[in-house]
Write a protein that binds this ligand. Structure first.
Ligand code: ARG
Length: 457
């Protein structure tokens, strides 16, 4: 069945019909297309374009069509141009001529945008729920590891001591922003295009307020040309997906590095590791590499949509059909990743002995020692130089900063006194950290409480 053709002398070739069909990917929109059809039928009855008995037939027919989809009795037959055509065809078999009245005043251009919006609204809620679940795991792991001293890195060189709990919460806040970003995307999604027709509305007195309430939209589009062609709502959602992907991929990169035998901070349990077909000793972090790789594909989806949109003339263009390929792939990837990621993360084992051994020489306390001198009145640049020289001399002599006695320290500055010793120990430095947002014990407690509340909220 075709929805057009009156002005054509010949039909399209079979190859072209299958080439232009979007059914292979828009099939998943069926329940949403049916929901829109229900609302549209009720509205047409309200404005007396169809009679009450026609409405009854259409609604009963739509129930039957829905049932067919649920029971798997409808296939992805690419002789249909798209999901709308397929549903209209099926409805005709159940509701007869009443079904022919249903598309009055409505274009597929507004319909496809409406279907996708309903679908995406549902998926955004689901993804936000998944993120919340992951955040709870992060809070739990951060709590368990709130006392474990851990090196923070810059340039992947050991920088300053933090706690493992604090390090883990660094991930938490990224996902908190992603949730905000997704909520913003949801607001953009929740605008109704119906009533816009193909580009300029309709001469029928369509009741947009009624449709909006039926479909739980929060706003209607102000302009019919914009309504049918804008894909900003998909763009902002894909941007949020890319952001999430970057965050997940970053965690993966940390795990890949920290689980090498050279670092040995993290053990990935057997359940989530893979072996090598050739090298018997290998235990590989493939899960994390796959998430990193899939993130590239999610970014590709955003770029594909951006490229499709950038040169389009105003109004609907068929290029827009391809938006769903990018959108659905990103949704599938991100939901699949988030389905398993929390469990994998919870299963990671941290080797506290290896972590603590890697920072035991105390070099990581250098900034705190320089700041000690500042508190004793030494200008910071001078203090920086003094501590730099101590570190270089320790390195040359094969001694540890942590083992230096007071006499040795006094050779560099007479401001050193016994109260410097707690600062030669990474755990001692953490106790003296003075700013909010740092891993100082009380500050961390506050951060943990905030994180807990937000993940529950
Ligand atoms: N399948 C199309 C899409 O996904 C919607 C149909 C609009 N087609 C048209 N020729 N105006 O965008």
């Amino acid at each position: 069945m075709k929805l057009w053709g009156g002005r054509f002398r010949r039909g399209p070739t079979d190859k072209f019909v299958s080439f232009e069909s979007s059914l292979s990917f828009d099939f998943r929109l069926a329940p949403f297309d049916i929901a829109v059809n229900r609302a549209w039928a009720k509205m047409l009855a309200k404005i007396e374009i169809i009679s009450d008995s026609e409405l009854k037939k259409i609604l009963a027919g739509l129930d039957d069509v829905e049932n067919d989809f649920e029971k798997g009795r409808i296939g992805r037959d690419d002789k249909f141009e798209d999901i709308h055509t397929l549903i209209e065809d099926r409805l005709f078999t159940y509701a007869g001529v009443a079904a022919r009245k249903l598309p009055a005043g409505r274009s597929r251009n507004e319909l496809i945008s409406t279907d996708v919006r309903l679908y995406l609204r549902d998926r955004i809620d689901y993804i936000i729920g998944q993120i919340r679940g992951f955040q709870r795991r992060l809070v739990a792991r951060a709590t368990e590891n709130s006392k474990v001293v851990f090196p923070a890195f810059t340039h992947l060189q050991p920088a300053v001591p933090v706690t493992l709990g604090h390090f883990i919460l660094n991930y938490f806040w990224k996902f908190e922003r992603d949730k905000r970003f997704l909520k913003f995307a949801k607001d953009e999604v929740n605008v109704m295009p119906l009533g816009a027709g193909a580009a300029g509305g309709t001469t029928l007195p369509i009741d947009r307020e009624f449709l909006m309430r039926e479909l739980l939209f929060s706003k209607v589009f102000e302009n019919s040309v914009d309504a049918t062609s804008s894909r900003d709502f998909i763009l902002v959602f894909l941007e949020a997906c890319v952001n999430m992907g970057i965050h997940l991929s970053g965690i993966c990169e940390d795990v890949v590095i920290f689980s090498t035998p050279h670092f040995g901070y993290i053990r990935i349990p057997d359940e989530y590791s893979t072996g090598s077909s050739l090298m018997p000793q290998k235990k590989n972090p493939d899960f994390f590499e796959l998430v990193r790789g899939k993130t590239g594909k999610i970014m590709g989806n955003l770029i594909a949509l951006m490229a499709a949109l950038k040169g389009l003339p105003s109004g609907y263009n068929r290029d827009l059909q391809e938006d769903k390929v990018s959108l659905f792939d990103a949704i599938d990837e991100i939901t699949e990743i988030l389905e398993i990621f929390p469990s994998v993360f919870s299963s990671l084992e941290f080797d506290e002995a290896r972590i603590s051994k890697s920072i035991e020489d105390g070099t990581i306390c250098a900034q705190a020692v320089a700041e000690y001198l500042v508190q004793k009145g030494v200008p910071f640049r001078e203090a920086h130089g003094i501590v730099g020289r101590i570190i270089a001399d320790c390195e040359a002599a094969g001694t540890k900063l942590r083992d230096l006695k007071i006499d040795a320290l006094k050779m560099y500055s007479n401001r050193f006194a016994a109260d410097v010793f707690p600062l030669l120990d990474p755990a001692g430095v953490i106790k003296q950290l003075a700013v909010s947002g740092s891993p100082a014990p009380l500050r961390f407690e506050q951060q943990l409480r905030m994180a807990y509340e937000q993940s529950e909220g």
